[in-house]
Write a protein that binds this ligand. Structure first.
Ligand SMILES: NC(=O)c1ccc[n+]([C@@H]2O[C@H](COP(=O)([O-])OP(=O)(O)OC[C@H]3O[C@@H](n4cnc5c(N)ncnc54)[C@H](OP(=O)(O)O)[C@@H]3O)[C@@H](O)[C@H]2O)c1
Length: 295
């Protein structure tokens, strides 16, 4: 099968990554089958959209048998970390047990499963994590994503899956961190932002490109994909404000204890991306350059 005939099924295709990825892969000549909860939230595209709840065994079987994709990118997830702490059962069902609905089909059709995972599988005590560092999540979200990783590793052959761990995805659109900061600052709200949590933010376009490389180069196993640029959440928010020429005095620097969030967060979950740079030729965009493109 030539590359351009490859059929890619994307789950969670109404989400931040899903929306960008489906347009990106369509532009690169792939046959895209976008799936998500409820109706299609993206206009102006030329690919199929099907409703698919990944927790439904029947719906997964129906869609996979109908389209026989050669690649599945599983971007569906319950991503609100505090909600995952409150609704543990739902979090496990969506983020972890749903993998059982894909595994038999992945084996049967020899599909390349690309699972999107998270820096929150780490406890954040040290930072600069490489792919084979020990995982020890602090919250249900991280536990559910790690459990999905284990399920995939334990049940699929080495040449059937790739797990991508990524961190603080941002990009265009209304449903992400960047839009949240912008709206708050433009309406003059005070923002209380932690300075003691470090992340390696990820430009969604870079992540889409890394996924394309993984598909084209047939790369399997585990990859960390982010900017590799270690920044505190406070620094990230200040950079956004500076880029938008908005009032920095509205951004309060606080520590995690003061924020008192429902779910614990890792203090330094920064990801080392050397493997992706070497093996995928990955060249991530620095936050400030990406912001200039988006804002
Ligand atoms: N965003 C980040 O900073 C970040 C960081 C690290 C890793 N990740 C991982 O990256 C992936 C993509 O994240 P994202 O930022 O694109 O998140 P997102 O914008 O929240 O997208 C996730 C999508 O999954 C959908 N979904 C939820 N439950 C589902 C179900 N049962 N069946 C099918 N779809 C379902 C959501 O639907 P609704 O829109 O209807 O809720 C949403 O559209 C996820 O696996 C996430 O864990 C994200």
């Amino acid at each position: 099968m030539s590359l351009n005939n490859k059929k890619i099924l994307i789950t969670g295709a109404n989400g931040l990554l899903g929306q960008v990825l489906r347009l990106f892969l369509e532009k690169h000549g792939f046959v895209v089958i976008a799936t998500g909860l409820g109706s299609d939230r993206l206009c102006n595209h030329n690919h199929v959209y099907k409703e698919l709840d990944v927790t439904s065994l029947e719906q997964c079987a129906y869609v996979i048998n109908k389209y026989e994709p050669s690649v599945i990118v599983n971007a569906a997830a319950m991503t609100n970390v505090d909600e995952c702490e409150i609704s543990k059962t739902k979090c496990l069902a969506v983020n972890s047990s749903s993998i059982d609905n894909f595994i038999p089909h992945v084996i049967n059709y020899k599909i390349h499963l690309i699972q999107i995972s998270t820096d929150f599988v780490f406890n954040g005590f040290s930072g600069g994590y490489v792919e084979n560092d020990a995982c020890n999540p602090l919250n249900n979200y991280g536990m559910s994503k790690l459990s999905a990783e284990k399920n995939i590793k334990n049940n699929l052959g080495d040449e059937l899956y790739t797990i991508i761990r990524t961190s603080l995805i941002y990009g265009p659109g209304e449903n992400n961190f960047l839009a949240w900061v912008r709206t708050k600052l433009e309406t003059g709200d005070i923002l209380n932002i932690v300075h003691d949590q470090y992340r390696t933010p990820t430009y969604v376009n870079d992540l889409a490109l890394a996924i394309l490389r993984i598909i084209e180069l047939k790369k399997y196993g585990l990859y960390h994909i982010s900017s590799g640029e270690k920044l505190s959440i406070f620094d990230i928010v200040c950079n956004i404000a500076i880029c938008l020429r908005l009032d920095l005095s509205k951004i309060n620097k606080i520590n995690s204890r003061e924020l008192n969030q429902i779910a614990s967060r890792p203090s330094d979950s920064t990801l080392d991306i050397d493997k992706a740079i070497k093996e995928l030729g990955f060249a991530p965009t620095k936050l400030n350059n990406a912001l200039k493109n988006i804002l």
